[in-house]
Design a protein around this ligand. Structure first.
Ligand SMILES: Cc1cc2nc3c(=O)[nH]c(=O)nc-3n(C[C@H](O)[C@H](O)[C@H](O)COP(=O)(O)OP(=O)(O)OC[C@H]3O[C@@H](n4cnc5c(N)ncnc54)[C@H](O)[C@@H]3O)c2cc1C
Length: 395
């Protein structure tokens, strides 16, 4: 049990650090959040709430169930951050698997969701459990293709109409699967978490502040944190330390000399503009495929105003040659190549933005032919990701 006079330091104000600070602050605990940038949640992007892990065929059933439970907790904590629109899972005819192969997992997830609702009715945040997933055969899709688009879709069928009208039905396997995995709105989360944190008295926000050193103060019973703000160096002691430094978490581990095994991956998503569809609400559409091959999974994520965020799990689009690195015995911090660090800390060339966004448009237009006319909409969304680590109080 932590007493509420104990001082807790969190290093890193991304979604992990900001949410932890908010949770602990709401319990009345004394938290200081250190973030080197001028605002919170400005690291790698996110657009999808993995409420069942249906984007990842390669992960285990157990991991999918865990993702379902974590997403339900997330929705309780941040109901305003979710864009309530479903996801359509599509298997191309070129895929080596079939939609039927996904059904046992979907049934498992539906049953898990139902038992979570039975245990606590407040867990019903993804709609009715019987609707967790819905199958559409070709006949149903051909019927929906003839229906007018609905401006504010409510039912699964209404959401499916723009999909039925726009995908090449000869290039996909049936049934199509609609699942209740929603959109995550990064911008609302960043704004909402920052506003909420500023209101909590027991929280000290230190933005534009770099944690430069940490020493385990076992005799003094805590952690000595050295930080730099406005070119001045300060030192403060804390009872607890949470490492939420994202892909730089290994650097904090190095300061503490703790053993670790970490991986970091650089990835990017691209922003396109599809003028003809600036007032149509689409669900997210996933075209499954083998990661790292030219047929890598395609992800088509709608935003308002005709903007679509695109992933293609190929090395020409989302993934990069040498973009996935592990740490070594010498350091907990996996070393990304300088070209990736340049992108993260500075910028992209217009040429690469153009080239990769156009490759992404081409990748998705294999299945959505009219999308070929989409254009580059904005700068890419990108970053390096890593699982944050929690360091227990020294013993
Ligand atoms: C292209 C892409 C798409 C993605 N899409 C999704 C998605 O759809 N759904 C999903 O769930 N996830 C997605 N992810 C993963 C998701 O972005 C990350 O898991 C998540 O943002 C990690 O958050 P974090 O708080 O752990 O780390 P970060 O957001 O990296 O935050 C760490 C913070 O620590 C700060 N920091 C580091 N060192 C110090 C220091 N010494 N002193 C002070 N501050 C420091 C950094 O400035 C940073 O703000 C995606 C990732 C990428 C790259």
């Amino acid at each position: 049990m932590i007493n509420n006079k104990a001082k807790i330091a969190i290093v890193g104000g991304g979604v992990a650090g900001a949410s932890t600070a908010l949770y602990l602050g709401q319990l009345g605990l004394n938290v200081t959040l250190f973030e080197k940038e001028s605002s919170l949640v400005c690291g790698p992007p996110f657009c999808h709430l993995h409420a069942g892990g249906n984007l990842y065929r390669e992960i285990s059933d157990q991991q999918c169930v865990k993702l379902l439970k974590q997403s339900i907790d997330f929705l309780h904590f941040y109901p305003f951050v979710v864009d309530y629109r479903p996801t359509v899972i599509v298997l191309p005819t070129s895929d080596s698997s079939t939609p039927e192969a996904l059904l046992p997992r979907l049934e498992l997830l539906k049953d898990e969701y139902e038992s979570l609702i039975t245990a606590d009715p407040n867990n019903k945040v993804l709609g009715e459990s019987s609707n967790y997933y819905t199958l559409y055969d070709r006949e149903q899709i051909e019927f929906l293709k003839q229906q007018p688009v609905v401006s504010k879709p409510q039912t699964c069928d209404e959401w499916m109409i723009p999909v039925a009208k726009n995908i090449d039905l000869d290039k996909v396997q049936f049934p199509l699967i609609m699942v209740q995995e929603y959109g995550l709105n990064l911008f609302r989360l960043a704004a909402g978490a920052s506003l909420a944190l500023e209101q909590i008295e027991s929280i000290t926000l230190r933005t534009k502040t770099i944690v430069s050193n940490i020493q385990e103060e076992c005799n003094a019973d805590g952690w000595g944190i050295t930080y730099i703000k406005d070119d001045e160096t300060h030192q403060e002691n804390f009872d607890y330390l949470i490492n939420a430094a994202g892909f730089r978490s290994g650097k904090i581990d190095d300061l503490l000399g703790v053993p670790c095994k970490r991986m970091v991956e650089f990835k990017a998503a691209y922003v396109s503009k599809w003028e003809e569809y600036d007032d149509t609400l689409f669900p997210e559409i996933i075209f499954h495929g083998e990661r790292g091959t030219p047929r890598g999974m395609g992800q088509f994520t709608p935003y308002p105003g005709g903007y679509f965020q695109l992933h293609g799990m190929t090395k020409e689009i989302t993934l990069y040659e040498d973009g996935l690195v592990s740490n070594t015995a010498l350091s907990c911090q996996p070393q990304l190549g300088q070209n990736f660090i340049e992108k993260i800390e500075r910028s992209w060339t217009e040429e690469e933005t153009d080239q990769r966004t156009k490759s992404a448009i081409k990748h998705l237009s294999q299945f959505i032919p009219a999308f070929f006319h989409a254009e580059v909409g904005s700068k890419p969304l990108f970053g390096a990701q890593q699982i944050p680590a929690m360091i227990p109080h020294c013993v």
